[in-house]
Ligand binder design. Structure first.
Ligand SMILES: *Cc1c(COP(=O)(O)O)cnc(C)c1O
Length: 463
């Protein structure tokens, strides 16, 4: 049965015009971009699904806030508005704005991590893993087994494997585990939610071994909406109540505000205990890297838009429409027999590229193959979430074998319409019909040492 499209809880007041290239032009552009979609110019993309990060459409209320932004260097009124919103929603005593999520990681992680230490997460996001490594520590993923099988439908595929977590802590020695990170939703596993019970269990284990628990909270609102739908514990709670309960289990959070708070730039750090000596260190690191702690690398107008976006992002009608877009696209893929991380996650559809191209090995990057084909087919820009993104082992330099080979359709918030979503499904169906004609993948001709997928050059392997 076809999934119904949930109508938008907004109407359009301003539009952005987009260019439409021919297929011949696109084939030339992707070649010039060395088959890396990050090298394309935005204007050469018709539907841009590279990320849902910072690509959101702000509301008229937020744009009005932009005009009201207070640009005082210290103590801006927009700062106070933001920290009031942050304290109200998350229940944390200390809220620190930063310019984006990874800035929060850069400021916070060296306080917990150094050489010889480990950080364990349900699954690290790529920049989060990079900041663990930059602090000198090693990052270990510990997600539940069912997350690794895209066709297994389970409600909480973002969960931490708590048995494995405790075993890991005992093997490594609790004193060597500097931090546990709960990523909600679990981005790299396909925007999959973490259950309330799992948050609680992880928090109990962390307390038992005196390990701080950080929430990587980029998509906390989508996680809360899933909990309202799927978690018995939460079905009679408001989104705001669910959020506040989830956060009550953490000690700190880092957040990319470019996702669920519907702005184009911004991030937050939160510390639950207002008396923690950590706060002084956060302020010191923030002043060195981001700017004075009342603006944290943002302008007053950004702080204002963020304060407003925090509330718009937890609006239940908005979240129902947002998750509804994913479910609508996923429904079309079900009809066409196209595999994806299921059930569909919160911020995008993660298509199983390994199922598309079973004959292409991980070291020829099936996720990247599908991403390039989507651009050629319909001007859609997606990205690889697989071995190409994962990169090389930092100790041996060898290509790592990812648990998944996904091509991610990350859907920007409040940007694309039902017709655009139909184009995404049609493009996938067209590529599926000719998938067996695409015999080989790509080889890397140049790569930087860290976070290589953003910059690497590729070439198709001839056959
Ligand atoms: C986006 C994201 C980050 C990094 O945030 P940026 O704003 O891109 O620096 C960290 N963790 C998760 C889970 C994310 O989705």
């Amino acid at each position: 049965m076809a999934v119904k499209y949930i109508p938008e809880p907004f109407r359009i007041k301003m539009v952005e015009r987009i260019k439409m290239l021919t297929q011949e032009e696109r084939i030339e552009k992707i070649k010039e971009a060395k088959y890396n979609l990050f090298n394309l110019r935005g204007e050469d993309v018709y539907i841009d699904l590279l990320t849902d990060s910072g690509t959101n459409a702000m509301s008229d209320g937020q744009w009005a806030g932009v005009m009201r932004g207070d640009e005082a260097y210290a103590g801006s009124s927009s700062y106070f508005k933001l920290i009031d919103a942050g304290k109200d929603i998350f229940g944390y005593d200390y809220i620190q704005p930063v310019h984006q999520g990874r800035a929060g990681e850069k400021v916070l992680f060296p306080i917990f991590l150094s050489k010889g230490k480990f950080a364990i997460s349900n699954m690290f996001f790529d920049t989060t893993r990079a900041h663990v490594e930059l602090a000198g520590a090693r990052a270990i993923d510990c997600v539940v087994e069912e997350a690794k099988n895209p066709s297994v439908r389970a409600p909480f595929k973002g969960n931490m494997d708590v048995v494995k977590l405790e075993k890991l802590i005992n093997e490594l020695g609790a004193e060597n585990v500097g931090l546990v990170v709960m990523t909600i939703t679990n981005n790299s596993a396909g925007g999959q939610p973490v259950s309330m019970a799992n948050m609680r269990e992880v928090s109990e284990i962390c307390k038992k071994y005196h390990i701080p628990l950080n929430i990587d909270a980029a998509r906390y609102a989508e996680n809360a909406f899933f909990l309202k739908q799927r978690d018995e514990e939460c079905k009679n709670m408001t989104i705001k109540e669910i959020v506040s309960k989830i956060f009550s289990y953490g000690d700190t959070f880092t957040m990319s505000a470019k996702k669920d708070t519907i702005v184009n730039i911004g991030g937050l750090i939160g510390v639950k205990d207002g008396n923690s000596p950590m706060i002084l260190k956060i302020k010191a690191n923030c002043i060195s890297y981001e700017g004075f702690f009342t603006y944290g690398g943002l302008s007053g107008r950004d702080l204002e838009a963020l304060a407003i976006g925090l509330y718009e992002g937890i609006d239940e009608n908005f979240l129902r429409y947002r998750i509804g877009q994913m479910e609508y696209l996923a429904g079309k893929l079900d009809e066409a027999g196209i595999a994806y991380q299921s059930p569909v996650g919160g911020h995008g559809v993660f298509v199983d590229a390994a199922a598309f191209f079973p004959h292409i090995p991980y070291y020829e990057f099936p996720g990247q193959v599908l991403a390039v084909e989507l651009y050629k087919e319909a001007g859609i820009r997606t990205c690889d979430i697989g071995s190409f993104m994962l990169g090389n082992d930092p100790d041996t330099g060898e290509q790592l074998h990812s648990q998944f080979e996904f091509t991610r359709f990350a859907i920007p918030r409040r940007v694309y319409t039902q017709a655009h979503i139909d184009i995404m499904a049609d493009a996938l169906i067209a590529i599926k019909q000719r998938a067996s004609e695409i015999k080989r993948g790509y080889r890397i001709t140049w790569e930087p040492p860290i976070l290589r997928h953003f910059q690497a050059s590729l070439e198709p392997i001839e056959y």
